[in-house]
Design a binder for this molecule. Sequence first.
Ligand code: MTE
Length: 326
Amino acid sequence: MVLIQIPQRWQLPEHQVTSETAFFNRRRFLKTLVGAGIAGSALPLIGCQAQTATDSPTVGTRPLPFSTNPLFTQIADRDLTNELVAATYNNFYEFGGTKGIWRNAQALPTEDWQVEVTGLVNNPRTFDLDDLTKSFPLEERIYRFRCVEAWAMVVPWLGFPMNALLQAVDPKSNAKFVRFTSFFDREITKGPTFPPSQFLPFPYTESLRIDEMANDLAFFAVGVYGHTLPKQHGAPIRAVIPWKYGFKGAKSIVKIELVDTQPATFWNTLSPGEYKFESNVDPAVPHPRWSQAKERLIGANAEFEWQEVPTLKYNGYGEFVASLYS
Ligand code: MTE
């Protein structure tokens, strides 16, 4: 997921090595460009300026009713990340390749949203937003959030466990994986300036094994910080899988499909060696271009302050999920 970045003041030195070569398998990409007759221009650097808090009117608007899940009310030794910082430092490549895509993301049309749940299920359903927020009791869960790029946040999501949706649609016994598909419309989700969107495997898709989806931690968020999701966070519904790197959590989901074989996914298609299908947070497994031993935890301060802390295996959720991988 690291497109090409200009390192920020808060980035660790090891991250700086990603500057020029940081996009996916560059050779393969250049080959594609050669094939398309547009190679020859060097890949430009794409800046990733975070916006300052005062820039952002775009936090969620409508408050949502919820109860607090007592298991996830706080994270020991970690403050909640500042809401405006979280809302202005995002990855959403459909709207651009920088961290400051929140303005572009306001083009996402969330009215009359529908989510189709289909594939190997006994009760296929199409939910509108009202169904989704009323069929499943909403709870708040404060989760650690860890991007594969080695930055981390602490985020209070509002939503419901994926398992509640699974029960509602009744998976068939041969359903082994779930594929999430994000909203995509070439006229609206124009992608990064470079590389051009047509060279990227949009729509964005992600996937889990069914037993991962059924784990109590796997979550659909429809809100954050007490209200509906702002568009840049993946309104109106996104996946949050806190023991995996953040790219596994597809935003602005339109389709949830149960399938019998492991589906292709966006990042894994681009660079399978860098973005593995499983992608559990693990300090002992470096990304090919940087260490994952530490992370830059972005804290409560609106000034975008961060501290370097050790990465935790399964992002600290081993007691809930380690048995999935034994
Ligand atoms: N979902 C879609 N559809 N498109 C994306 O580019 N980026 C992923 C994930 N989900 C992405 C996506 C990555 S790399 C991360 S780290 C998280 O969203 C970022 O979530 P946030 O911007 O809400 O913090």
